[in-house]
Ligand binder design. Structure first.
Ligand SMILES: Nc1ncnc2c1ncn2[C@@H]1O[C@H](COP(=O)(O)OP(=O)(O)O)[C@@H](O)[C@H]1O
Ligand SMILES: [Mg+2]
Length: 277
């Protein structure tokens, strides 16, 4: 059975100037595999990911014909059920550790929090698990990192700590939203290898969101290409170079620089019919 099934997902934000349709009828299924979602900035990738966890705040509104996670209907689940799913079963790593780590809590205390509270482990055992999680993301001096404050971590370190934190409850599905885009190429490759390993070892499903089509194709089994709130093309990772859609070809031809501008891709030719959706 597939892990996640989404049919006709729509997300609308009511704004002062009228409704903004961020996601316009997205459908896809996911097994225990690595699925990439790519598209330029503003194409609806993050909102699609957050919708799966039902983390869209009013005035945003989620609608879907079907949204089922491991047999659980996410469209009708209560807020209490959703809270129980988020973390232990469904997790999302955000782009910037600054928004996910608590700045006034040491790293170790944050890693141990869920283990102490949700899993009701004793301190010694929680500490052991937290250290093991740091080791799993290849942090060499976990004891020292446990004592660190979030602001003392480098970008790559912060990213690893976040991934460790998300993986402690062993979720069935991890959504990683541009988890490496703030990192330099070497650290980026390391973080990708860590995620890849964890997917293989734990048989977890992974949705990897990025604006970097080549990175995603290299790392995922399957890639969805989003434009303006819709999926315009779906590719097996190996078929990247045969991408048919002009937008996908455009993404290949004008990859933004890491850490560069987040504006819509400047070199993209938008004169085709596809652009007017
Ligand atoms: N709170 C909001 N209010 C209004 N529009 C929003 C809000 N959040 C996102 N959007 C719109 O939704 C669209 C998709 O955003 P997003 O999913 O963040 O894009 P991506 O992750 O692909 O860069 C954007 O055009 C954005 O302007
Ligand atoms: Mg985004």
């Amino acid at each position: 059975m597939s892990l996640l099934e989404i049919e006709n997902l729509r997300v609308t934000f009511e704004t002062e100037t009228g409704p903004v349709q961020a996601v316009r009828g997205v459908s896809f299924g996911l097994g225990r595999e690595r699925l990439g979602i790519v598209g330029e900035s503003g194409s609806g990738k993050t909102i699609t990911g957050r919708s799966v966890l039902r983390l869209i705040r009013p005035p945003g509104r989620i609608e879907a014909d079907r949204m089922v996670f491991d047999g659980i209907d996410l469209t009708t689940a209560s807020e209490k059920q959703m809270r129980a799913l988020r973390g232990p079963r469904l997790a999302m790593v955000m782009q910037d550790p600054k928004y996910s780590l608590n700045p006034v809590m040491r790293v170790g205390a944050q890693l141990m929090e869920g283990l102490l509270r949700r899993d009701r482990l004793g301190r010694a055992e929680a500490r052991k698990k937290a250290i093991a999680a740091l080791e799993a993301v290849q942090i060499r001096d976990p004891e020292r990192v446990m004592e660190a404050w979030p602001h003392e971590l480098s970008g790559g370190m912060g990213q690893r700590v976040m991934i460790a934190m998300m993986l402690i409850p062993e979720p069935d599905l991890l959504i990683a939203d541009e988890p490496t885009s703030a990192l330099d190429v070497t650290v980026q490759a390391e973080v990708m290898a860590i995620l890849d390993n964890l997917v293989r070892e734990r048989g977890m499903g992974l949705i990897f969101i990025s604006h970097d089509l080549r990175l995603v194709a290299q790392f995922c089994d399957r890639v969805l290409v989003m434009y303006h709130g819709r999926i315009v093309e779906e590719l097996a990772a190996g078929d990247l170079m045969n991408a048919r859609h002009p937008y996908t070809q455009g993404l290949l031809n004008c990859l933004p620089k890491i850490g560069g501008s987040r504006e819509p891709l400047p070199g993209l030719d938008r004169t085709g019919d596809w652009a007017n959706v």
